[in-house]
Design a protein around this ligand. Structure first.
Ligand SMILES: Cc1ncc(COP(=O)(O)O)c(C=O)c1O
Length: 456
């Protein structure tokens, strides 16, 4: 037997991080006075750092920190950001979020254990932990204990793919989708155009500081006709970074025709803001684990309503949500376990607290860049439509006509100095997008923004 497994099927090292909120051993640092001055304690291993960080977090969370108590509140977020790599300032969690020490430790431990025992699917403890992933995700999606139609996926795209490819379209059915929807969502609408004869009805989302919820709702409802069968929209839009008024859009569309299926691409919402699917009123919702949640690459969830499950013929949706079904084949257990850790961490911090922090950091960005003549705000200033991301357009000057390539070059220059921002140029715009995840401290955000200003 290898050293990372024991008789009882409990793998202590593999579950080091998962023990975070239940129980874990104190960090093994001996600070006793007897130590000879030259016998400095060995630096903490990566996994010991994860345990120590989890301990610090537990201690702060036990004081129930809130924005009304600045001392505990600031100490919570300083501690949180200390659990992420500071090799880069990642202001692009909308592409890839930074994993916390707990997630990275889980990945490392379980990958190593897999090396020792490649058949390791499932020990009793793993199975127990895996069985908690979907219920935890369901609670974070506002579904309470109702998790029979929540599925583990590899990303948002996979969830959207399952819903769109399994939807029983007829020729000439209309699909409403924003023209700036993420290319991975559009790809499956395009496929159904080609193989089923559905008709895509594109809409342009309004841009700029003064955009209101009513403007956006109207863009969607204006396109509804008796032939509309499906609407695909993002909870937080990829290009404009608006939080769409999903609840109002769903209500308005369902008031016209309750049978229209509304699918929400929640790629950016999970890990950024509280999500309450029942109150949104949609029929399916796909989200990513590897963006704002800071989960491992290739992790995500899909929820579909019971009615949508009945109608849909995609095997993933039909076969139930065991991590291993005929539709899924063998899951990536290492990823699933680390995804579970990311969900648990988010649940412990609470989506409400995370969102409050993200909006504080967002305000810091807006303030720092507000008078910058080289940037124009594309995201709405309406608090209801704000998200953890802000999109800016690069503005031409009298001697330089800006092109999308300028945004790409700027993002590359930033990357070279350890600052991650997103260039959003897919639709011919010279846009950059800045996200404010809890993995960055206020101080590193300030230095990142200073760097950005000098590179603009
Ligand atoms: C709005 C939106 N939807 C979907 C995706 C694709 O996400 P994933 O890679 O998790 O499938 C992205 C990626 O950036 C996105 O911004």
């Amino acid at each position: 037997m290898n050293e990372v497994q024991n008789e009882g099927g409990i793998d202590r090292r593999g579950f080091l991080a998962s023990a975070f909120l239940i129980s874990f051993a104190p960090a093994c640092i001996d600070l006793s006075a007897e130590q000879a001055p030259q016998a400095l304690p060995a630096p903490l291993t990566f996994d010991e750092q994860a345990v120590a960080w989890a301990k610090d977090l537990r201690s702060i969370l036990s004081h129930d920190p809130s924005p009304t108590n600045p001392e505990t509140w600031n100490s919570l977020w300083e501690t949180v950001s200390a659990g992420y790599s500071n090799d880069v300032v990642n202001l692009n969690p909308g592409s890839h979020g930074s994993p916390s020490l707990i997630v990275a430790s889980s990945l490392r431990e379980n990958a190593e254990r897999h090396w020792h025992d490649s058949q390791g699917f499932y020990s009793a403890a793993e199975r127990e932990f895996i069985d908690q992933i979907i219920p935890t995700a369901a609670r974070l999606l506002g579904l309470g204990e109702n998790h029979s139609t929540v599925y583990l996926t590899k990303n948002t795209t996979a969830g959207t793919e399952a819903v769109l490819t399994g939807f029983p379209f007829n020729a000439d059915d209309e699909v409403i989708i924003a023209s700036t929807e993420h290319p991975t969502a559009s790809a499956y609408v395009k496929m159904r155009e080609e193989n089923s004869g559905v008709i895509r009805k594109p809409l342009d989302l309004p841009v700029g500081e003064n955009v209101t919820a009513a403007d956006i709702v109207k863009r969607y409802t204006d396109l509804v006709t008796p032939k509309t069968r499906f609407v695909l929209l993002s909870h937080i839009s990829y290009v404009e970074s608006h939080t769409l008024p999903v609840q109002q859009i769903c209500q308005a569309i369902k008031a016209i025709n309750p049978d229209i299926h509304i699918h929400v691409d929640g790629a950016h919402a999970l890990g950024m803001m509280p999500i309450d699917i029942p109150s949104l009123g949609c029929d399916s919702y796909a989200a990513s684990g590897h963006k704002w949640l800071g989960g491992p690459e290739s992790s995500g969830v899909l929820w579909v309503s019971n009615h949508a499950k009945e109608m849909n013929f995609h095997p993933l949706i039909k076969d139930g949500n065991d991590p291993y079904t005929a539709a899924t084949g063998a899951p990536n257990l290492v990823t699933a376990l680390a995804f579970g850790e990311a969900l648990k961490l988010h649940a412990a911090l609470t989506p409400q607290r995370v969102w409050s922090r993200i909006t504080e950091l967002r305000a810091q960005v807006i303030e720092a860049l507000k008078d910058n003549s080289k940037l124009k705000l594309i995201s709405s200033g309406d608090p209801q439509l704000q998200s953890g991301m802000i999109t800016y357009e690069l503005v031409s000057t009298y001697d330089h006509q800006i092109t999308p390539n300028d945004a790409t070059v700027l993002a590359q220059k930033c990357a070279k100095v350890g600052l991650r921002i997103k260039n959003v140029t897919d639709f011919g715009n010279a846009y950059i997008r800045i996200g404010t995840p809890v993995s960055v401290s206020s101080k590193s955000l300030a230095s990142g923004l200073e760097l950005l200003r000098t590179l603009l």
